[in-house]
Ligand binder design. Structure first.
Ligand SMILES: Cc1cc2nc3c(=O)[nH]c(=O)nc-3n(C[C@H](O)[C@H](O)[C@H](O)COP(=O)(O)OP(=O)(O)OC[C@H]3O[C@@H](n4cnc5c(N)ncnc54)[C@H](O)[C@@H]3O)c2cc1C
Length: 399
């Protein structure tokens, strides 16, 4: 067997599964992708694509397809929840390409998903089929579908998200952990806001028990916001539970008026509870492995879940396509784990830790943190406030 004949079955056509499928096809593998949704699409929300993800999107030919639909922020800004005072501002546009080798994009998820599908071309994509689990012995592995059908392959990838059936099948049934954070997302047409109301930035408002992030998408026509607040009341993990502007305004009563005005113009709002899992020591069993949220679901506080899924997909494709015989597959998957688990675990734990820094309740602790931001801005004006250089500088395509 050479790499041209390696057949890979992927469960899940999310951002991670599609990135992996494109990278595998680029390297000559035969790919089938199975997706439970009858129609493809992504939720109406934004996603931040940092340089480490953009380097992979460039390598798989997706970057040019999203460039005009994205917005590149001028800076990361941190603002005080009540006064709106700027706590830090670190430059992005004009700096990131030079420092990290790629830009930082804000893009609507549907636009990114559409671009991935376009690059997928004539890959075998089967919609409306739900994966139930896997079966494997020493010679073959197959995806078991709920319909009773099976799809045999040399390698199986579980890219089926936080409630992964593939993960359950190989690692057992262990529930994700509610992190105590509830999250609202909404989109606001720029025309509904006063001119210049929202800065062209990745804006982070930091307050007690919560934070809010907003940025432009759709080439600057819409503002996307994500508002996170600590609670122990409500725990539904779904992207599509409807909420209301009133509910958000009630939760953020007392926060800066500029922010409340942005919330008040949201077209529709949704809410969901944030879950994650602890990092794992293994993701694979035999010829079956995991990527993205199926392997390492994380809090969105470093904006890295999709970026890690994209990196996983690229590096996994590289390991699989290097395999010269079926006997080498298990070792290739072990090598993939050795390469990816230390990095994704660090990001998972880093995202948790960042929540604590952003949601400080004590005014003294916030003052101390803000003083640190100020000092760092003076000492190293180009470095990211949350020291994310090790994340952004990484290049999965060079490994
Ligand atoms: C509020 C919020 C903001 C975020 N912001 C960012 C950000 O700015 N930047 C960033 O990089 N990340 C961000 N993330 C994280 C990011 O959204 C996820 O990490 C990413 O979408 C994971 O991609 P995935 O392909 O692994 O899984 P998913 O996107 O969950 O895709 C899984 C796919 O598998 C399918 N599927 C599931 N089960 C089955 C089954 N049994 N059979 C067949 N198909 C199945 C699903 O329908 C879906 O299409 C954010 C997350 C949240 C919650």
């Amino acid at each position: 067997m050479n790499s041209r004949s390696t057949k890979v079955a992927i469960a899940g056509a999310g951002i991670g599964g599609l990135a992996a499928a494109i990278a595998l096809r680029q390297r000559g593998c035969e790919v089938v992708v199975v997706e439970q949704a009858a129609q493809l699409g992504e939720v109406g929300a934004g996603v931040q694509m940092s340089p480490n993800a953009v380097k992979v999107l460039r390598a798989i030919g997706v970057e040019p397809l999203i460039r005009d639909l994205s917005c590149e922020p001028l800076a990361f800004t941190g603002r005080d929840w009540r006064s709106g005072r700027v706590l830090y501002r670190t430059p992005i546009k004009g700096t990131y390409e030079r420092v990290y080798g790629a830009g930082y994009y804000h893009v609507h998820r549907a636009d990114l998903h559409r671009a991935l599908i376009e690059r997928l071309g004539d890959t075998d994509l089967r919609l409306g089929l739900r994966v139930a689990g896997i079966e494997q012995d020493r010679h073959a592995a197959s995806l078991k579908l709920e319909s009773g059908e099976t799809i045999e392959a040399d390698v199986i990838i579980g890219a089926d998200g936080i409630h992964s059936a593939i993960r359950r099948s190989i690692l057992g049934d262990e529930k994700p952990r509610f992190t105590g954070n509830i999250c609202w997302r909404g989109m606001v047409p720029v025309d509904a806001l006063p001119k210049g109301h929202v800065e062209l930035a990745s804006s982070n408002w930091l307050g007690p028990k919560g934070h809010v992030v907003h940025y432009y998408v759709k080439g600057g026509a819409m503002v996307n916001f994500v508002a996170v607040y600590e609670t122990d009341e409500w725990t539904q993990e779904s992207w599509s539970t409807p909420s209301s502007v009133d509910e958000i305004l009630k939760t953020y009563a007392g926060w800066n008026q500029e922010l409340l005005t942005t919330f008040s113009k949201a077209e529709r709002c949704f809410k969901w509870a944030l879950y994650d899992r602890d990092p794992l020591a293994r993701w694979s069993q035999g010829r079956v492995t995991l990527l993205g949220d199926a392997a390492h679901p994380m809090l969105p506080f470093l904006a890295q879940g999709a970026a890690m899924a994209i990196e996983d997909g690229y590096e996994l494709a590289s390991k699989i396509s290097d395999v010269q015989s079926l006997a080498g597959i298990e070792e290739a998957l072990a090598e993939y784990e050795r390469q990816r688990i230390p990095r994704t675990s660090r990001v998972q734990l880093g995202a948790r830790a960042r929540g604590a820094t952003m949601h400080l309740r004590s005014p003294w602790a916030r003052m101390k943190r803000n003083f640190g931001f100020m000092l760092q801005g003076l000492r190293t004006p180009e470095s990211t406030t949350h020291r994310a250089e090790w994340i952004f500088g990484y290049d999965a395509t060079a490994r």
